[in-house]
Design a protein around this ligand. Structure first.
Ligand code: GLU
Length: 476
């Protein structure tokens, strides 16, 4: 964002953006205002300060954990490490988690954590110290546990931080048989589930692929059905953006531009994502990638000609100052809150389809749910049925071969015989969740004649939360 726009955005309350979206949806929900107010409010905000010795200096670290809703337990949501972390941001992200979980039928309340540090300029040893101290603060206040609140990765964190959290929890809580389920996004060697790392990016891909199958929607934006040949711009090459880019590329879409903090690269014929990542690893930047044009002002990349724009970094990157210049016909919100409400209105009037964050980036928490279930059951997915399925398939093929008096070629046989592995089950669970979620939102949009997918997604989420409060007998 340019300096002028940045200073305007700084005074902007992110939480009020979500409230605006919520209020638009509330018009479609005939229940008393007070009940909606309860759903909207953040239930608990834990703001902490703790000292960490860095070199010879003592530094005071500011950190948060917000539990937005307890209508289902545990609460669930990532932990973000960024110098921009503040209470308003963490509250908003926690609220988004509540709606996200409701949409994809993941039985958690929403939460989010944040530590105000720049992990790029702090040593690994100090990041570990800060992570472990943060975890012990959460334990002290009962803000973490397999049935209480289960953190996960977010912007600036990953498997490494999750394994420190797990280890700290394990060493400070004794005899907790389900301790391993206190955090998700762990390395597979420490109880993580296969497929978690790429889950958010793959979910984004499944969601957009489903939209692109819809004739009516594609006609409305003047595009052909299917992903093949669609021009895509991706902003942010972190875990989410990188995996989304990879899956779109593999499905035949053309990645015309990739944008990072330091600038963007553009090639209208398409960029090879794996080669860009190699270049990034070798040089520390995506800029100067062979056969591509550098774009110094990374924000300008959002305004280039394309069919699909995927903001996969931070919030508020599409705002009232640049919305009119966006040329994409579809925006897929891989990041949380990348489009401000004002930009949403401007783009809506232009006919742009926006696939909202509370649905589109729910793949991460969906697979976190699978990991949590795996941890609570203490058994790897596929362990019970893999061999059984293979034996059944072998017998079935034998019968077919005998009755047809024909041998099935060995390569085809191998494919048919294979029993499901953990990664197969996780991916099919994720695919099914994203496809179902899309159609529930789309059907609701049509049946209630709702103006856009975002409002329809909020209506779906709020109705689900009301249902669970009613089941608890809290709302008479
Ligand atoms: N941080 C991710 C999100 O914003 C994942 C949360 C989780 O897996 O609990 O959805």
């Amino acid at each position: 964002m340019s300096k002028k726009n940045q200073s305007k955005a700084e005074t902007y309350s992110f939480f009020s953006c979500i409230e605006k979206n919520f209020d638009k949806a509330a018009r479609y929900i005939p229940i008393k205002k007070g009940l909606l107010e309860q759903i909207k409010a953040c239930n608990a905000v834990y703001r902490m300060h703790f000292p960490i010795k860095i070199g010879k200096e003592i530094q005071v670290i500011e950190a948060y954990r917000v539990q937005h809703s307890h209508h289902k337990l545990p609460c669930k949501g990532g932990i973000r490490y960024s110098i921009k972390v503040n209470q308003d941001e963490v509250m908003t992200l926690a609220a988004l988690m509540t709606y996200k979980c409701a949409i994809v039928d993941v039985p958690f309340g929403g939460a989010k954590g944040g530590i105000k540090i720049d992990p790029q300029i702090i040593s690994v040893e100090n990041i570990e110290k800060i992570t472990r101290r943060y975890t012990s603060e959460l334990i002290k206040k009962n803000f973490i546990g397999p049935g209480i609140d289960v953190p996960a990765p977010d912007y600036g964190t990953g498997e490494r931080e999750m394994s420190w959290i797990f280890d700290t929890f394990l060493s400070l809580t004794h005899g907790e048989v389900d301790a391993i389920a206190c955090v998700t996004g762990k390395p597979v060697s420490q109880g993580g589930v296969r497929g978690r790392k790429e889950a958010t990016g793959l979910g984004v891909f499944y969601g957009i692929r489903e939209l692109c199958k819809m004739k009516e929607e594609m006609l409305s934006v003047g595009l052909d059905v299917g992903l093949n040949g669609k021009k895509v711009i991706i902003q942010g090459l972190g875990n989410v953006g990188y995996h989304a880019a990879k899956f779109f590329h593999e499905a035949g879409a053309i990645i015309v531009a990739l944008a990072e903090r330091e600038g963007a690269i553009y090639n209208k014929k398409g960029l090879n994502v794996s080669n860009v990542i190699l270049h990034l690893k070798n040089t520390g930047s995506i800029l100067n990638f062979p056969e591509s044009k550098n774009i110094e002002d990374t924000e300008k990349a959002l305004e280039l000609e394309c069919d699909l724009l995927i903001p996969a970094a931070l919030e508020n990157v599409i705002h009232k100052y640049n919305a009119n210049r966006i040329k994409a016909k579809i925006i897929g919100e891989a990041a949380n809150g990348p489009v401000t409400p004002e930009a949403d209105d401007i783009l809506g009037k232009k006919g742009v389809i926006i696939v909202p964050d509370i649905y589109l980036n729910a793949g991460g928490v969906t697979v976190s749910y699978f990991e949590w279930l795996k941890n609570l059951s203490h058994v790897r997915y596929g362990r019970m049925e893999k061999r059984f399925s293979e034996n059944m398939n072998t017998e079935l093929l034998q019968v077919i071969e005998n009755s047809c008096r024909k041998k099935i070629p060995i390569e085809e046989k191998k494919m048919i015989l294979r029993g499901p592995r953990e990664i197969d089950l996780v991916r099919s669970g994720l695919e099914d969740t994203m496809i179902n979620g899309f159609h529930k939102i789309r059907d609701l949009k049509k049946s209630l004649k709702i103006e856009n997918l975002r409002t329809a997604a909020f209506v779906l989420a709020i109705n689900k939360i009301i249902d669970s409060y009613e089941k608890l007998g809290i709302f008479p």
